[in-house]
Design a protein around this ligand. Structure first.
Ligand code: GAL
Length: 329
């Protein structure tokens, strides 16, 4: 019997079989169709009891020169139903070949009822033979339903600044914020969105620390911001800081995990707050990138140790959550 358990554990760890009801960082996560989940650099929007996960669709079958965002839904954070490729976009105006659409984040605007997606749009300018992340723009797309077709409204530079990796955050009062990395400034911005969420209203804070993969959470009266250093697809030691107000002042940045573990090979993309009846659990969502096989990049989700101004990402293990109570199993 002991041997059998050992074998099952090894197979689960190797991603050969999927343990029921648990989240396995780095495992082979498939949707209800049995296909690899395509939600890289993603984020989650909760609508009632349902979680909608949006992220970069890096499937091999996307039309050449198209970029996609896929949407999945779940009520337990373990089983994900593929809803739709909600963005399957050709090149936006003014953008050249070898373009990218990365790190989509979706907000629901209660006043207008619209679903607003922000994303990082990059590449060379149209007509240029250059390659690389040159345009450094944000993109906005809108849909009437959570898993409908998101129509591109346009691309822009928030606050007139270069904008690469973006993150999204909705505060307890419903105000929505964009976090974006801005290379020439050597730091990143937290910007408030307009009431209709369709553009940026104002700068809330500039933090002079070159970080990307930015994400925020508000927990027991403190804001926690996290981010990764600028090392492309290669993992690094992600860090966090805290503040009583989004405007700052922000504390010094500290490591989220032992430095040499390089965030267990992952890069931050989102902080999910599961507010249960018994407990509030915050989940670190990161990507385990495979640059040569982006479609097979894996996901690293772990509930964080958080409180009193400290945050830590524990070493990976299979875990479960009872979303109703918020209790981690
Ligand atoms: C990372 C970034 C990813 C992607 C990658 C490309 O720094 O976080 O979203 O842009 O670089 O090299």
């Amino acid at each position: 019997m002991k041997r059998l358990f050992g074998l099952v554990f090894l197979l689960v760890a190797a991603g050969v079989v999927r343990a029921e009801g648990v989240i396995e960082p780095g495992g082979k996560w498939v949707d209800d169709r049995g296909e690899l989940i395509q939600a890289h650099g993603g984020g989650i929007l909760q609508m009632g009891d349902t979680y909608y996960w949006f992220g970069e669709d890096r499937s091999k079958d996307i039309a050449k020169d198209h970029r996609g965002v896929a949407c999945y839904s779940s009520t337990d954070l373990v089983h994900w139903v593929f809803r739709k490729r909600v963005v399957d976009s050709g090149r936006p105006e003014g953008v050249g070949e070898h373009w990218v659409l990365e790190r989509p984040k979706v907000f629901h605007n209660e006043k207008t009822g619209k679903f607003v997606m922000y994303m990082h749009i990059d590449g060379p300018p149209a007509g240029s033979s250059e390659e690389g992340y040159i345009l450094a723009r944000g993109g906005v797309a809108v849909s009437d339903t959570v898993d409908g077709e998101y129509k591109m409204v346009g691309t822009f530079r928030p606050l007139g600044e270069e904008s690469r990796d973006i993150g999204g955050f909705v505060d307890d009062d419903g105000a929505a914020y964009l976090i974006f990395e801005s290379r020439p400034t050597g730091g990143f911005f937290i910007a408030k969105l307009l009431e209709d969420y369709l553009s940026v209203e104002k700068k809330v804070c500039f933090i002079k620390k070159p970080l990307e993969g930015g994400a925020l959470v508000h927990y027991e009266g403190l804001y926690y911001v996290i981010g990764s250093k600028l090392s492309g697809w290669a993992p690094n030691a992600n860090v966090y800081a805290t503040a009583e107000r989004l405007e700052g002042p922000w504390s010094e940045f500290k490591d989220l995990a032992p430095r040499e573990a390089k965030t267990y090979g992952s890069q931050s993309t989102f902080l999910l707050k599961v507010v249960g009846k018994e407990k509030t659990t915050v989940v670190f969502m990161g990507d385990l990138w495979k640059p040569k096989e982006l479609w097979d990049s894996r996901y690293f989700w772990m509930p964080v140790e958080i409180g009193g101004g400290r945050m830590g990402v524990p070493a990976p293990r299979a875990w479960g959550i009872e979303v109703g109570s918020g209790v981690v199993k």
